[in-house]
Design a protein around this ligand. Sequence first.
Ligand code: CA
Length: 250
Amino acid sequence: MRWLTAARTDRGRKRSSNEDAFSLRADLGFFALADGMGGHAAGEVASQMAVDRMTEEYLAAGSDALAPEELEATLIAATQRANAAIFERSERELDKAGMGTTLTTLALVPAERVCRLAHVGDSRAYRLRADTLVQLTTDHTWVQQQVQLGRLSPNLARHHPFANIVTRALGIKGEVDVDVVRGELQPGDVFLLCSDGLTGMLPDGEIGEILAAAATPEDAVAALVDAANAAGGYDNITAIVVRMLERGSR
Ligand code: CA
């Protein structure tokens, strides 16, 4: 299997800086996205540390040649080590106190036609297949907990005053629980990794329509960022799009 990919990050219309970060190794089928939080530019430090550490660990493990089970263990361990590194730095440097970040990673195993996701926080991964958009990750947020308890509808959750309260992030404690999501790869599948600056601005229906209409991943990420900005651009916006192709197709 082959794939096409593109990414874009944008400050949005209200924020003075961009605390999102991403890493994209198209050749290896490795994609990571982080959304940092913390004052004095510490959020930028946390998110960059997260994606850099994740990429280094992936490369060091030779993960593009790993079996899915080993890849899964590598992604979990790498996320935990990124967490520990950010936490230690936040303890050591006063101006980094309390910094944290989300981290969502997608790794493809084309030989087995599967993928693995490792996820902490409220950035998201989606898959568009046959015009149906499915959210692959579960947000680690207070509003998501309320949705699961049946106390909030997903649409009300998106606009809730507490929508940005994250219940799990990297850098907050010495250890972190990591969600793993397993998926299969089919030709035509489109994967999206994005920060909440996209999903807070656009309902899933609109995200799915934009992904389905875009001719290329490059067009998709541009259209997603433009639509989030047109809807207000209240937060930093980052999107990574990966489209699976058949071998030999273009
Ligand atoms: Ca954000």
